[in-house]
Write a protein of this length. Sequence first.
Length: 405
Amino acid sequence: MNIELSRASAQEAGFSAERLQRLVDALRRDVDRGAVPGAVILLARRGRIACHEAIGFRDREAGVPMTTDTLFRIYSMTKPIASVAAMMLAEEGLLSIADPVAAFLPEFAEVEVAVDSDGIAATPLTSEPPRRPMTIQDLLRHTSGLTYAHLAGPRLKTLYEGAALDEEHSNAEFVARLARLPLAHQPGTTWQYGYSTDVLGRVIEVVAGVPLDRFLAERIFEPLAMRRTGFGPVEAGCVAEPQVEQATGKRPPLRDVTKTPIWLSAGSGLLSTAYDYLRFCQMLLDGGALGGVRLLSPTTVAWMTADHLPPDVAFGAQTRAMFGALAPVPENGIGFGLGFAVRTQAGRCALPGSVGDYSWSGVAGTYFWIDPREELIAILMMQAPNERMRYRHLMRALVYQAVLG
């Protein structure tokens, strides 16, 4: 199906063209001074594209200019897509988010929970049984107790690093290795970023009976005409690359997209373009449908984009440092739904937005948010891992200052 989103002038979309140019100019200045190689920005409002700009270089060292159809490693912007896939299965009655993960992945039936994982790495790690089972809801909202190695305490980190959790294993093999490790926290008690969505990806495979890449392609990408989104492999020349860093003389290490992936990571594995990702976002903003294609009901989208964090939830030690002003913590007025950070307060956050806007980002520099009140979608694509926080903040500030009506 051909689902094209039409263009509008900035004024027709309720932006000031002069003020919107501030965002483009700011990015161009930073490209010119060598801060970042390039970027693609895409803003849509009221169902029409008001700005779609390619700035700088797809590959600075090769002298290849950025284009609006450039592919990006979107890393954790994969997570909302996998979350939608899981909720599609829930709507079909094939799973409930209240279900224990072990009902689909028996390897989690005997999982233990680490005790004092922050202790000295050289001393043994003790564990205890979970006080309740890890659920599908826990995977969706990052309260499963799973973590990433670099976010784990010293003792648990040693176990994670020794488990060979790498890209050389299938989803089934990856999850089997992960399930042998203790959880970092009791399920439901702590918002902890980690492999939750990757485990969700394996649940999707088991429930649907097909590999994750096939399910996403047949049930989401093809229906929404996201023609260039997938796990790869692709030719290197069509993908944005980070620039060589002066301090190291090397590019930051990102996934090699020219190789056929073995691990189909539901948490970080997809490649996409700004326009393809807009189709996905517009589907959500329109209540689960785009054009004549419906993936979810409006009630499910509203449910996913509500705050699902318990009132007494704790937060992993590095949450605030990792996400800054956009961390899903009470002092920022931001919670977390089923796959997205969700703004819950009009104030508190140091960055502009609306109550009910929802968002997420990728470690290499990609970022998006959807603001239902303003009928706004904003997408930033770049591959600049070390600068990602600055540009998430810049994007928020300079988009909202341009909204006039």
